[in-house]
Design a protein around this ligand. Structure first.
Ligand code: AMP
Ligand code: FE
Ligand code: FE
Ligand code: ZN
Length: 283
């Protein structure tokens, strides 16, 4: 039996529905040996996740999923084992979290012209520990108001980036985000590089530019990457000597993604631990 390693999950610090403690406990109960907590633009769940990892006998990789811009698109960069106090990355993550509030309020203002939804409804869908607000919380408010049946349907109908309710986040260029991750001693991996529904697939040349900036890996095995795209990403990884990861992108009840549905090879985990500044939290 090989090690079961899932390097991409979310708690209610961002847009997952479970606490950091529960995500790690569920990961252990599912039979994972290693789990990474990678909330959007925040490391606020790390300490609770680490305590849960020690309690439940599972290895924790501390990570974060950082938002960035690539031209008109938003891309997500997974940062593993970075120093959470390096000013550049700390400031950029804080800047995103702050600008997300005004952006979500603008989306709610637009939605409120047509649907029974208020900002208070959206805040009501967050928890005490929520540091990063996003469309999923607006989706939950729309579900509570009876406007949508679940998060996925809210995204398909009203919240995707082609609707008149969509407002972009103010984000820095992805190459700069990669630089900030590397300067903080993190391992930078491009999340779900071929997730079409999120506004288009990055070309080989675009990924190449991020590699020049210091990108070290591609998240190949992810449910949003179609099979033929995974083959392309593996070829690029071989060509450019990049790590390839596989992960669930678990969001609790917020998405159908299940813990451990995609896994990362032990040799890749070893390389991430070797290159990252922080230690893994060992059981
Ligand atoms: P935001 O960063 O606020 O633009 O929201 C993007 C987040 O919405 C992503 O991190 C996903 O977790 C979530 N998301 C995107 N598409 C869907 C979907 N179809 N169903 C549920 N959640 C989604
Ligand atoms: Fe998310
Ligand atoms: Fe993502
Ligand atoms: Zn994610």
């Amino acid at each position: 039996m090989g090690m079961r390693i899932d390097l991409h999950t979310h708690s209610d610090v961002s847009d997952g529905t479970d606490t950091p403690w529960a995500v790690v406990a569920d990961a252990a109960a599912t039979g994972l040996d290693v789990v990474a907590l990678t909330d959007h633009d925040s490391t606020a769940g790390w300490d609770e996740a680490a305590a849960s990892a020690r309690e439940h006998g599972i290895m924790l990789i501390r990570g974060m999923e950082l938002s960035a811009a690539f031209g008109p698109r938003t891309v997500h960069l997974l940062s593993y084992l970075h120093d959470p106090e390096t000013p550049g990355l700390v400031e950029y993550a804080a800047e995103i979290r702050e600008s997300r509030v005004g952006r979500a309020q603008r989306m709610v203002d637009l939605l409120a012209e047509d649907f029974p939804i208020t900002w208070e409804d959206v805040i009501g869908q967050t928890s005490e520990g929520t540091a990063t607000i996003g469309r999923p919380h607006i989706a939950d408010a729309l579900v509570a108001a009876g406007v949508a049946s679940d998060r996925s349907q809210a995204f398909e109908s009203l919240l995707h980036n082609g609707t008149r309710y969509y407002v972009r986040n103010a984000l820095r260029p992805a190459a700069e985000a990669v630089t900030l991750i590397r300067e903080a001693g993190g391992v930078a991996v491009l999340a779900h590089p071929a997730a079409i529904a999120r506004g288009g697939i990055l070309s080989d040349a675009s990924i190449g530019r991020l590699v020049e900036a210091g990108l070290q890996g591609l998240e190949v095995d992810h449910r949003d990457n179609p099979p033929e795209q995974r083959a392309r990403l593996r070829r690029l990884a071989e060509q450019w000597q990049l790590l390839t990861t596989g992960s669930s992108d678990y969001h609790g009840d917020g998405k159908p993604n299940r813990l451990g549905e995609n896994l990362t090879a032990p040799s890749v985990l070893d390389a991430i631990i070797e290159r990252g500044t922080l230690e893994a939290v060992a059981p």
